[in-house]
Design a protein around this ligand. Structure first.
Ligand code: DX5
Ligand code: ZN
Length: 220
């Protein structure tokens, strides 16, 4: 499975989002962190801005919803044109119903897990989802350090996906950089979100290529 790179625009210049989407045109997805100041102690952007980003982005959008009540709010992001919509397991009332609704609207459906949330309850439901997002930091902020203790969870998720024969992607988000991406890939991740590592780089396209190359060496 090829490694997919999804830079997070949380580390972009919020006054120049269109320009900064252009800087990651070589990546596979643009990862958009939606935070509501309730599910996480930070506030970023909502639907009106997301709708505009979907119109101007050169690459598909990967929405990561760190919000309460995704059952109510997530479908609108699929309607706005997100290629993938990921909601948090801890916040969803009816994750299977929501995933089915997102798929029906033409989006991929992802379930995100905070570092302390177990993956096991979702392993019997793999047929209902397109991606598991294993958070490798506590969600809310960019620039935090990768939590090594999440690696066994990535490994268990990958084993279950392989056993199932289903094409469920495993995404990692938080502290992903040249230093950590190989361990995440080796554990079984195939989609890599990186914010500060990409936008903080001198040469953004070169950094995306480097991350992709490092991850691909370990691809499953
Ligand atoms: C954190 C966000 C991440 C964030 C990652 O809650 O979900 O997408 O942008 O930033 P880095 O790569 O800097 O850890
Ligand atoms: Zn994210």
């Amino acid at each position: 499975m090829a490694a997919l790179i999804a830079p997070s625009i949380l580390s972009a210049d919020f006054a120049n989002l269109e320009r900064d989407l252009g800087r990651i045109a070589d990546a596979d997805y643009a990862h958009v962190d939606v935070m509501d100041n309730h599910f996480v102690p930070n506030l970023t952007l909502g639907l009106p801005i997301f709708e505009r980003l979907a119109k101007v982005s050169p690459i598909p959008l990967d929405a990561h919803l760190m919000i309460e009540n995704p059952d109510r709010w997530a479908p609108a992001f699929a309607e706005a044109g997100a290629a993938s919509v990921t909601f948090h397991a801890e916040a969803a009332q009816a994750p299977v119903r929501l995933a089915r609704e997102l798929r029906k609207l033409g989006s991929r459906a992802g379930v995100a897990l905070r570092p302390a949330t177990p993956v096991e309850p979702y392993l019997d439901l793999l047929a209902e989802i397109d991606m598991i997002l294993v958070m490798t930091v506590e969600p809310g902020f960019g620039g935090q350090s990768f939590i090594e203790g999440t690696l066994p969870k990535i490994r268990r998720a990958r084993e279950a996906v392989s056993e199932s024969g289903l094409d469920v992607w495993i995404q990692v988000d938080g502290g992903v950089s040249r230093e950590t991406i190989e361990r995440a890939a080796d554990a079984g991740a195939n989609v890599f979100v990186a914010g500060s590592a990409v936008y903080g780089a001198e040469d953004v396209p070169a950094e995306i290529a480097t991350l992709r190359e490092l991850a691909s060496k370990h691809s499953h």
